[in-house]
Design a protein around this ligand. Structure first.
Ligand SMILES: [Zn+2]
Length: 75
């Protein structure tokens, strides 16, 4: 199981979708731009705490929302 489809959904319509581990819709994501439209993305599930870190992505079109990433996530 992985978060590939969730990441694609975020890129398409900013929707993190269902958790691939437990099926919960209580997922969320945070995108952080480091420089020149490059940055990283974290996706997580608020129910089972599984999470995924995409270490490098093109962040053009995304705002830094400075969302708080929950503690205790299982990457
Ligand atoms: Zn889950």
């Amino acid at each position: 199981m992985n978060w590939t489809q969730n990441f694609e959904s975020i890129l398409l319509d900013r929707n993190s979708g269902k958790c691939p581990f437990c099926g919960s819709k209580e997922t969320d994501f945070s995108i952080t731009t480091i420089s020149d439209g490059m940055g990283y993305c974290d996706i997580w599930c608020n129910d089972c705490k599984h999470a995924c870190h995409i270490s490098r992505m093109n962040t053009d079109g995304f705002q830094n929302e400075n969302k708080k990433i929950p503690e205790g996530l299982k990457y």
